[in-house]
Write a protein that binds this ligand. Structure first.
Ligand code: BGC
Length: 748
């Protein structure tokens, strides 16, 4: 690593583009090393030669539970451990930066890449994402927080403009990034492919500089998503540091940057600024390599696999259970569904890991069972087409068993990076199978295998139990068996709502857009915020998940200290395991702001904690809320605001299962109203000083009647300047500024 002034302009520009597919450029003559990258986000995907098209798979690595599963664990410590376990393998492979995690919000369940994302809620995605970054970086490698920002669909992802208000950006789409950046300092941030309000993310100065650097004080390196840069000169101007994977043929984009500086179109300092950040990244990577040399990180594949099983078992969500689960080990079990024999571990695309081994659910169930286990495939590989012969076989196997464990779900042909889904249904052949098996009367425990949400409303009444296992990585088979038999008690919770139907979903009428633009018409009402605001029934709400034990909530206590920005609210309660098994409860804290002038969601997640409790055990849960937790983005003031008034604090087992709640009055001073000629008659009348000044100015009784309740009803919305145009008002337009000054002075 060297001093910038020793580099030529072209060398400085060249630090801003990758080489090959997976690294930045080195400048050996200046002693500058390259920094290497690998996907991400649920394990290491390292091509043997470092090139993508070298044929063959990436080097074997542990395939960890993908983000959709990790998100459902609602377990920050687990997310950190997953990150650290991934980081160790990345370090061992000699790679510097893992392209993880993805914290894009699940705006629609149709997004083909939802398996790579954590949540429909920004608080949750931010906390879990920060924990992944902390874990990865604890292993001496960097993380890359992606895809910044508003990359919520795959359809036309390289061009589409996500048209979204600043309030929705701040509260929903940027909030998780903000939290991760300000608390966990990822080495790099990866910009998204899409445009935001017309401007490509790779060239978005407001996103890359105003918000990321000026407001959040980020000092790391912004890399582009692979091929996201449209115009490199504009990207550098906006604040992008490195174009990946290269600068184009003959280093064209590097030369463009040099030319732009030479002819005065681009300030040289901007190129230097980007190069300097890259040098800092090189230094970070060099230090980390020296601290943990490659040979010093032995990877124990068995140990990693065992960890992957432990992690995976914390993620699935028990949606429904009439007591069929946990299974009796001695029961006669019919395992049905090709997915039990040919498991799906992960989604398709750039995240695909070549696993070191694979647990097959059927084998793992056979291993734990002491009674007979029979198997029938029930459908061919993806189950899209109904196969009458396979269904007949499956029905025969089901009829003689005590219980059916039915594996159904999505295949790679139905969800992947690169395209979005068209519907939420399970494949047709699988639905036909389910119906035929239900007719046997044998109780069915359904195991769902899918990265994005599938609809359950058409068939769930036929299932005695449903375990949503998501995609669980290479050890998912063992984890599913552990959960089915109760070796592990299910403790996952939904990080995304399961809607009754596609038409109910927030983006249903605004997805995937038209003419290259997608309007985020639902604004801040994303996920449960939408279903709550519309008072829509759902199949399973955000935060839902059952356990083989039960939990009690008691002793809510809310204490407020400080005022204004120093405000702190401490919330405590006691959580008890009221059942007979060890289990984990996810306690969720929601804030329900009382109505003011601004539209607010009915409730918003502002805290969650996962507690392990022995039967009969009680433990306290403690949350601390600060001013910012209470704030919304004010369009009027273009800043975060907290309104005075009352607030409901809720503790619940899901967003629709609130167990305790209490009201607090917020010690927030009333906002000072600044009056002006364009303030309305009502605004003047609503301020005691404004009213007094106006009463004085309205010299006779007739104009004064303007301040009567009746007149205010019809004329109150008139700005004073416009009311002054009516002669009956008796207001001198030329005096309005002076009146406002008098009133404001009195208010101050
Ligand atoms: C994906 C990124 C990934 C990159 C490198 C892109 O297509 O959007 O998530 O990290 O490729 O493989």
């Amino acid at each position: 690593v060297t001093d910038l002034s020793q580099l030529t302009l072209l060398q400085r520009a060249s630090l801003g583009s990758g080489v090959g597919m997976w690294s930045t450029q080195s400048i050996p003559e200046a002693g500058i090393d390259a920094v290497s990258f690998s996907d991400g986000p649920h394990g290491l995907r390292r091509q043997p030669t470092g090139e993508p098209l070298s044929g063959g798979e990436s080097i074997p690595a542990t395939c960890w539970p993908p983000a959709a599963a990790v998100g459902s664990s609602f377990d920050v410590e687990l997310a950190r451990r997953v990150g650290a376990a991934m980081g160790r393998e990345v370090r061992a492979a000699g790679v510097d930066v893992l392209l993880a995690p993805g914290v894009n919000i699940k705006r629609t369940p149709l997004c083909g890449r939802n398996f790579e994302y954590l949540s429909e809620d920004p608080h949750h995605a931010g906390r879990m994402g920060a924990a992944v970054v902390d874990g990865v970086q604890s292993a001496g490698v960097g993380a890359s927080l992606k895809h910044y920002a508003v990359n919520n669909q795959e359809t036309d992802r390289h061009r589409v403009s996500a048209d979204v208000t600043e309030r929705a950006l701040r509260e929903i789409y940027l909030a998780a990034f903000e939290h991760v950046i300000t608390t966990s300092d990822p080495w790099t941030v990866m910009c998204a492919y899409n445009r935001i309000n017309g401007v490509p993310a790779s060239q978005h100065a407001w996103l890359l500089t105003t918000v990321l650097r000026d407001e959040w004080a980020y000092e790391g390196v912004v890399i582009s998503d692979w091929g996201a840069v449209v115009d490199r000169v504009e990207a550098v101007r906006a604040g992008l540091d490195v174009e990946m994977p290269t600068s184009g043929p003959q280093w064209q984009a590097d030369l463009d940057v040099v030319a732009a500086v030479n002819d005065g179109r681009l300030p040289e300092a901007l190129v230097g600024r980007a190069a300097e950040r890259v040098l800092t990244l090189v230094q970070r990577a060099t230090d980390a390599r020296a601290a943990t040399p490659i040979g010093k990180v032995p990877i124990d594949e068995d140990g990693q696999h065992a960890l992957a099983r432990e992690f995976a078992a914390q993620c699935p969500v028990l949606l429904k259970n009439d007591g069929t689960l946990p299974l009796n080990v001695a029961a006669s079990i019919a395992v049905i569904g090709e997915l039990a024999r040919t498991p799906r571990l992960q989604g398709g695309g750039s995240s695909r890991v070549n696993p070191t081994r694979v647990d097959v659910p059927l084998d793992e169930i056979e291993r734990l069972a002491t009674g007979p286990v029979a198997f029938a495939a029930g459908y061919d590989d993806d189950g899209r087409v109904e196969d009458p012969e396979l269904i007949v076989d499956a029905v025969e196997v089901a009829s003689t068993a005590d219980v059916v464990v039915l594996f159904v779900g999505l295949s790679d042909s139905e969800e992947s990076e690169g395209f979005d889904r068209a519907h939420l249904d399970l494949p047709r052949g699988q639905l036909a199978l389910l119906e035929a098996i239900a007719a046997t009367g044998t109780p069915i425990a359904v195991v769902l295998v899918n990265g994005g949400v599938v609809s359950v409303s058409g068939w769930e009444s036929q299932a005695s139990a449903i375990l949503e296992s998501w995609l669980l990585g290479q050890a998912g088979g063992g984890a599913i068996a552990d959960l089915l038999f109760g070796v592990v008690n299910p403790s996952g919770r939904l990080a995304e709502t399961i809607p009754l139907k596609l038409a109910d979903t927030p983006a249903a009428t605004n997805f995937p857009g038209e003419g290259g633009r997608v309007s985020y018409g639902e604004g801040i009402f994303v996920g449960y915020r939408w279903y709550d605001a519309r008072d829509l029934p759902v199949s399973y709400p955000f935060g839902h998940g059952l356990s083989y034990t039960t939990f009690g909530y008691s002793d809510l206590d809310v204490q407020t200290t400080g005022t204004g920005r120093a405000l702190a609210i401490d919330v405590t309660a006691t959580i008890s395991n009221t059942g007979a098994r060890e289990g984990r409860e996810v306690v969720q804290l929601y804030l329900a702001p009382a109505g003011g002038d601004v539209a607010r969601p009915l409730r918003e997640l502002r805290g969650f904690a996962k507690l392990a409790l022995a039967p009969g055990e009680s433990r306290p849960v403690v949350f601390r809320l600060g001013w910012r937790d209470l704030a919304y983005w004010s369009v009027a003031t273009a800043s975060w605001e907290v309104d005075p008034g009352e607030l409901r604090i809720e503790l619940g087992a899901s967003s629709r299962d609130i167990r305790l709640s209490g009201m607090v009055a917020l010690p927030i001073p009333d906002r000072t109203i600044v009056l002006g000629p364009d303030s309305t008659l009502s605004e003047w009348a609503g301020s005691s000083h404004g009213r007094a000044v106006l009463e004085d100015a309205l010299s006779s009784d007739v104009p004064r009647s303007l301040l009567s309740a009746q007149a205010l009803e019809t004329l109150g919305s008139f700005p004073l300047s416009r009311l002054a145009k009516f002669s009956f008002a008796g207001l001198d337009p030329a005096r309005l500024t002076e009146l406002a000054e008098t009133a404001n002075h009195a208010i101050a």
